[in-house]
Design a protein around this ligand. Structure first.
Ligand code: SF4
Ligand code: SF4
Ligand code: SF4
Length: 291
């Protein structure tokens, strides 16, 4: 029976919970390490190592480097492992100050200067983006069924209809106003970026009436390109479907309401963009490796 382990770096454990919400692996894989549910001391030899969370601390760095030596295949799962995710919050001055104020008292691990994606430290064989990836996507990355395909974009899975004659002049803002069923959220003035976000999640957010914040990352059309191209594609969609000024879109994309999106994809943000920059560039992630 194949053996797999889940190494949890700095994240929120949501990825682990999503994996546990699937059951198909139980009879076919043996889970040998996952601190959330198994009290094993260390990562043993495994066929597949799933790594969740970003490399935020010296402890993360040490654990990651050690664990990959015992794995035949390494999969970065979740936005934190791929782009830093919520651990990017630690790059903010006020969060860092809060952490450091407690660090000595509580003997916490040392923060690295900047959160790093897993592939900036070790070689990654596959990427499974999402915050968290759905149980179905976890099963797809483990079993690689030949007929499993993700849609190119979230729009293709959303089911809402884009209308030509419903052009908002301004954004409504997140979580404000009524949401009409069946009609594209952009038509209704919401900042939905599903058109340039890779599919595969089956659009749970937009179906429920919440704009897509892009947790699955850029679609194949943009994943190998510069961050600016992804941002430009979002602008193009809004220019085609709305009369919202480009500056308003730009400001909203960088607003606290979309902080989650920006933190998830800090390595796609322009170099000058605070808090975490992106100045180190990012590893090339060939689309063939990304589910
Ligand atoms: S990707 Fe999302 S669900 Fe997974 S650890 Fe990070 S914050 Fe949690
Ligand atoms: S832009 Fe958003 S709401 Fe509109 S079709 Fe695409 S995913 Fe659905
Ligand atoms: S709809 Fe967008 S934000 Fe929601 S799960 Fe899918 S990619 Fe993530």
């Amino acid at each position: 029976m194949n053996r797999f382990a889940v190494l949890q770096l700095s994240g929120c454990a949501g990825c682990e919970v999503s994996l546990l919400n699937a059951e198909e692996w139980v009879d076919r894989y043996r889970l040998v390490y996952m601190p959330l549910v198994i009290s094993a001391h260390d990562v043993p030899e495994v066929d597949v190592l799933l790594v969740s969370g970003g490399v935020r601390t010296d402890e993360d760095l040490y654990n990651l480097r050690r664990a990959v030596q015992r794995a035949r295949q390494v999969v970065a799962v979740g936005t934190c492992a791929i782009s830093g995710g919520v651990a990017n919050l630690g790059d903010r001055d006020e969060v860092r100050a809060l952490f450091l104020a407690q660090a000595e008292r509580r003997h916490l691990p040392h923060l690295l200067p900047k959160v790093r994606p897993v592939d900036s430290v070790v070689t990654v064989d596959r990427y499974l983006p999402g915050c968290p990836p759905t149980p179905e996507l976890f099963m797809a990355v483990l079993f690689q069924p030949p007929d499993f395909k993700v849609s190119k974009t979230v729009c293709q899975e959303c089911g809402r209809k884009k209308l030509k004659d419903m052009r908002p002049a301004h954004l409504l803002g997140f979580q404000q106003g009524e949401v009409l069923p069946d009609i594209c959220l952009i038509n209704q003035g919401y900042l939905c970026i599903g058109s340039s976000t890779r599919g595969g999640c089956r659009a749970p957010c937009t179906r429920a009436g919440h704009p897509c914040v892009g947790c699955r990352g850029p679609s194949d059309a943009f994943i190998e390109k510069e961050s600016s191209e992804w941002f430009a594609s979002i602008q193009r969609v809004f220019a085609a479907m709305t009369d919202v000024p480009a500056e308003e879109i730009e400001a909203a994309l960088r607003s606290p309401q979309l902080a989650l999106f920006l933190f998830q994809f800090a390595d796609y943000a322009p170099p000058s963009f605070p808090p975490s920059g992106g100045d180190e560039g990012r590893a090339t992630r060939p689309k063939e490796k990304v589910l």
